[in-house]
Design a protein around this ligand. Sequence first.
Ligand code: COA
Length: 329
Amino acid sequence: MRRASITEIACYTPPRVLTNADFEKIVDTSDAWIRERTGIVERHVVDPGTATSDLAYEACKKVLEQRGLRPSEIEAMIVATVTPDTLFPATACLLQDKLGMKGTWGFDLSAGCSGFLYALITGAQFIASGVHKKVLVVGSDVMSSIIDYADRKTCVIFGDGAGAFLLEPSDSGDVGILDFLHEIDGSGGPFLQMPAGGSRMPPSLETVQKKLHYVHQDGPQVFKYAVRKMFEISKAILDRNSLTVADIDVFIPHQANRRIIEATAERLGLCCDKVLINIDRYGNTTAATLPLATADAIRQGKLKKGGLVLYVAVGAGYTAGAALVRWAF
Ligand code: COA
């Protein structure tokens, strides 16, 4: 078994920015409330007509260019998203066609805000088993397409974005994806969901009028689960690898709320210069938060070759996951 390494990364956010001041004009909210309760200052959103595969395309194109690869060299691609362009065909198929990736295969993966982490670990298995040598892992979401911009409890939180990692076999034994720990708990489903549009409640005039095609969230319930689970799963993966927070160079958590991240870091005993927070600029971009945060960790010099990263995420489902990665470049 060869370890999978992350050998290239790129991200894309649409140019249009919505600031907290913009939301003050749309709903009964304030810049002070949003900053204090979420840590968010601004978020990127698409213009009408732009879909998840369009954002993903930009990120994947950059990965290929940066690594000097032809699209046909990618053997498999996994797209994590909760906002596919269409229920079917899969966004992976649309992306494959746009990128001109001849001879590849791929699929979409739905795991809420843990989607990117689940896709990363799934892609890593194809490398570790020797089946593939080049796998693209993509996280892309157009959250603005499922947000009710009249609901102040949800509309201020989310943003749009995409990111992609290239996975290849590791050159050296101690570099790459070292371990992962994932779990799901479906009893949390009702607390964060889009109720209609699937087979349980197909779209109808009534579902549209009742706004059931938007994100519905019990914020405080999700908040409590996230703080508890992010800590538990981070601690568990460190313990089973005989590591402590002192061994971690950078902690990259899913960006859902600054207070969730800070509470988790504090419980873990992580000092703040090891914790990557960029929710202020992007909001919660669901499947794109981890690549966007990784790109910032590299830019800020927090993540260098040989550095040890602890990724952690929680999301709708509930889904949760953590991964330890020794950085390869
Ligand atoms: N502006 C101003 N007031 C707002 C507001 C906004 N944008 N959104 C909610 N409020 C109000 C509520 O109406 C409520 O008022 P009330 O007491 O008069 O009823 C009050 O603020 C407190 O609401 P509450 O929902 O308890 O706030 P909170 O401190 O829990 O913050 C979230 C709300 C959504 C920011 C927070 O619960 C959260 O981040 N939850 C986790 C979300 C998450 O992680 N989701 C994705 C998971 S991957």
